[in-house]
Design a protein around this ligand. Structure first.
Ligand code: ZN
Length: 178
């Protein structure tokens, strides 16, 4: 895993961008993508290992996000947020920019999300942005104070327990989570 900190400019941009888009603790991803002029589709991929794709629409010049229809809902949600992460990185002139300009797309396989398998800065950053928007630091810390378990928190944010645990480990170095 790459040791990398999300740039504070991006962090601040995300907070500004997502303010007012949470219902309880749940980010309304469709509202966020509308705000960014992204279009979202569920798709049937020939290659079943693909989780999601972000690709420039040649006609409209906007970016479209496709997520594998067959994945479970909280996985689809993370994928959607990860693809938005590539777009935010691109907009903020960060690690996804060169690739999106050169190839006009990212294709993500299920393994891109596994913490230990991510070696590229663009993928690590897209995951960090996804975690940040789905599980904002301030909200996570609120719920920790309230004494919720990782599993209960995952339900609140509507993410998978494993995504929640990674997030907690990132925010609380050395924290033991059972
Ligand atoms: Zn990716």
């Amino acid at each position: 895993m790459l040791k990398m900190k999300l740039n504070s400019e991006i962090k601040n941009y995300i907070i500004e961008l997502t303010t007012g888009l949470y219902k309880g603790y749940q980010l309304q991803l469709d509202e966020l993508s509308k705000k960014l002029n992204l279009r979202f589709f569920l798709a049937d991929f020939d290659d079943k290992k693909i989780s999601g794709v972000i690709i420039k629409d040649e006609k409209t010049e906007f970016y479209n996000i496709y997520v594998n229809r067959k994945d479970p809902p909280n996985r689809r949600r993370f994928t959607f947020a990860h693809e938005i992460g590539h777009y935010i990185s691109f907009k903020m002139n960060s690690y996804s920019k060169d690739e999106l300009i050169a190839n006009e797309r990212f294709e993500d396989y299920a393994m891109s999300f596994r913490h230990n398998d991510v070696h590229s800065k663009a993928e690590t950053e897209a995951n960090q942005i996804a975690a940040e928007i789905l599980m904002p630091e301030k909200m996570v810390k609120d719920l920790v104070k309230q004494g919720l378990t990782a599993e209960e928190m995952a339900d609140q944010f509507y993410v998978s327990p494993s995504a929640m645990i990674i997030r907690l480990q990132t925010l609380y170095d050395n924290l033991m989570i059972t």
